[in-house]
Write a protein that binds this ligand. Structure first.
Ligand code: GLN
Length: 233
């Protein structure tokens, strides 16, 4: 072990509903890939954590405002975020995608078809940035939601025509029975990293990286992923 914890306990901020990365089980406990990876890294590297599930943009603000020591929330490593955060090694390769209610995709097969329609995303996310960037080009309206429950509900009751989110999260909700279709190829990129505020808690970042490497070496990493994502189809 190369680094020692410098705090008795590190506060880790996270999202509220971002299955399969963090979500509540039937006992209202938070589980998921991020939760398991973080907890196991803490065990392996001998540091204490307490999770604070406050939503994605809430987590970003908590780390920026020193109310949390780090965040793990399916957070994509982007150039812009690297100006205010230090990221761990990437632990998952993701990407964003458009989804529509099943049966409603007949007239949507490209971004151009979104002209005059309303597309939702979660506030502060890569998907929200993508939608903002292309709003004029494709002529849709953007509607932002604080959490995924509201966003997915909105598309299922036709309050919005489509949503944009990370593809494994859409995939998980489809696997859970939500009637969604993804008529447009996903946008590639979006490596997830654990993040600390720039220049702060370097030992925490290093301990996460060391723990992650060990989990990858022992196969525990693959086991955690396959606990939540069925790769067979
Ligand atoms: N990966 C996306 C981002 O970093 C979404 C993360 C999330 O919603 N928890 O913006």
């Amino acid at each position: 072990k190369n680094v020692e914890a410098k705090k008795d306990e590190y506060v880790i901020a996270s999202d509220t509903a971002f299955a399969p990365f963090e979500f509540q089980n039937d006992e209202n406990e938070y589980i998921g890939i991020d939760v398991d990876l973080m907890k196991r890294a803490a065990e392996l590297q001998d540091f204490n954590i307490t999770f604070n599930h406050i939503g994605f943009s809430g987590a970003v603000q908590a780390v920026e405002g020193n109310q949390a020591d780090g965040m793990i929330a399916g957070m994509s490593i982007t150039d812009e975020r690297e100006e205010s955060f230090d990221f761990s090694d990437s632990y998952f390769e993701s990407g964003i995608q458009l989804a529509v209610q099943e049966g409603n995709d007949d007239d949507i097969s490209s971004y151009e078809d979104l002209d005059g329609k309303t597309v939702g995303a979660k506030v502060g996310t890569e998907s929200a940035d993508f939608l903002d960037e292309h709003e004029d080009e494709y002529g849709y309206n953007v509607k932002l939601y604080d959490d995924a429950d509201q966003l997915y509900e909105a598309v299922s009751v036709d309050a919005i025509n489509a949503l944009m989110d990370d593809y494994p999260v859409i995939g998980y909700s489809v696997a859970q029975g939500q009637a969604l279709e993804t008529p447009i190829e996903r946008e590639s990129g979006g490596e997830y990293g654990f993040a600390v505020k720039k220049g702060q808690n370097p030992e925490l970042l290093e301990m996460f990286n060391e723990g992650l490497k060990e989990m990858q070496r022992t196969g525990e990493y693959d086991q955690i992923i396959s606990d939540y994502i069925d790769d067979s189809g």
